[in-house]
Design a protein around this ligand. Structure first.
Ligand SMILES: Nc1ncnc2c1ncn2[C@@H]1O[C@H](COP(=O)(O)OP(=O)(O)OP(=O)(O)O)[C@@H](O)[C@H]1O
Ligand SMILES: [Mg+2]
Length: 376
């Protein structure tokens, strides 16, 4: 009997689908007791009115949280990602006490967050302490969210009949899920600087983690929807049709395959090549944005950090065939698909395990959200 072990639901409201993971702490570690994914809309949500968008989200949240394996009151969610609505900054400051830091915050916000302070909600946390020029310093993570986005998010949850215990942001949830899975790794591996890259529908998150400490975040507004739009244009399809074609047949032709396909060409190969060519320019832009992120990070963290040694890829668009090989080739860094449930037990009595495995890469953020409050 486990009287005190409470389930926590991590609710990831993405632009194309809502994901939920129900997690509890057991004597052996963590256990997943529920996992659901509900698509928000078959068309691109960017093109719908704010009212319709709101009601589509409310319906999706209701549907997911009313699934039979999702009952529970403790919910952690992340703020809806909207253009420039969330600002994440890492600021190196001289070591100071908690009170001193609190008093410093308005000044730091003024400097690093380009939005008036009465228009944001913010939080901060010391992520690590370090020495620089024989001075004790600390790295402070500041997260600021525009009130508009926060209110929009809260009203979706309220209209769906739920109230969250805590609110987080996607990049940090991604980091928490990584930390849970990295626990098993040897300390030597954990010293590595790892880039977590989550390619969703509307945006790609780049989160650099060093020794389990988040160091750098970049939000890139280029992801699955862009690839779908490329395919729409090339094949004169509507959004749902292009989305389907992408999921069924998109495969990035990495260098070794390109030469192969010069010789073998049937109708199917032709289609794969056309899809690949249509997506090429978006893929290159994505890779350049990632590379710029790496360069920025490396140039600004010379004293503490090494260069990125490994990429862990997640999000629905990491399911595009060969996207891992493509990034590995372009960036000359090993890329792994980031399976989020390496270090958790799965109790699949109440849900479809095959479905969970198939969609696993879409659950990293929901898992990371749930971890934050489990056992608290
Ligand atoms: N098998 C697949 N092949 C290619 N793309 C896929 C596949 N499965 C899902 N996707 C794409 O993944 C994206 C959805 O992923 P995800 O659920 O991580 O995004 P989201 O959280 O809704 O979006 P965002 O985080 O950008 O708000 C869509 O663009 C979808 O087309
Ligand atoms: Mg997402």
């Amino acid at each position: 009997m486990e009287i005190f072990s409470e389930n926590v639901i991590g609710l990831d409201i993405g632009s194309s689908s809502v994901k939920a993971v129900k997690l509890k702490k057991t004597n052996e570690g963590y256990e997943i007791t529920g996992a659901e994914i509900v698509s928000v809309l078959s068309n691109s949500i960017e093109n719908v009115s704010p009212d319709l968008r709101h009601s589509l989200y409310v319906d999706a949240v209701k549907k997911i949280l009313r699934a039979k394996n999702m009952t529970g009151k403790k919910i952690v969610t992340s703020v809806l990602s909207a253009e420039n609505s969330t600002i994440i900054r890492y600021v190196g400051l001289p070591y100071m006490t908690e009170d001193e830091l609190k008093n410093q915050m308005p000044h730091q916000l003024e400097q690093y967050v380009p939005i008036a302070q009465d228009q944001i909600a913010y939080d901060y946390k010391v992520v690590t302490e370090y020495a620089e020029d024989s001075q004790k310093k600390m790295l402070v993570l500041i997260v600021a969210v525009k009130n508009d986005s926060m209110n929009q998010h809260m009203s979706i949850l309220k209209d769906a009949g739920f109230s969250p215990q805590a609110i987080d942001v996607d990049p940090l949830a991604l980091c928490n899920a990584y930390t849970l899975n990295a626990e098993e790794e040897t300390s030597e591996l954990r010293l590595n600087t790892v880039a977590l890259i989550n390619i969703g529908a509307k945006s790609t998150i780049l989160q650099i983690v060093e020794k389990n400490v988040p160091r750098f975040t970049k939000d890139i507004s280029l992801a699955g929807n862009n690839f779908t739009k490329d395919i729409m244009r090339e094949f004169q399809l509507d959004f749902p049709q292009a989305e389907e074609l992408k999921k069924q047949q998109a495969r990035i032709l990495v260098e070794s395959e390109e030469t192969l396909l010069d010789t073998v060409r049937d109708a199917n190969d032709e289609k794969v090549i056309r899809i690949n060519d249509a997506m090429k320019s978006s893929l290159n832009k994505l890779f350049q944005e990632i590379r710029r992120g790496f360069e920025y990070y490396e140039n600004n963290n010379k004293k503490q950090a090494g260069s990125v040694q490994k990429i862990l890829l997640s999000g629905g668009s990491s399911r595009i065939q060969n996207i891992d090989k493509f990034l590995a080739e372009k960036l000359s860094i090993p890329v792994e698909i980031n399976y989020p449930f390496k270090n958790v037990n799965i109790d699949s009595k109440n849900f479809d395990l095959d479905n969970l495995r198939l969609n696993a890469v879409q659950f990293n953020i929901a898992l990371g959200l749930a971890i934050r409050k489990v056992g608290v």
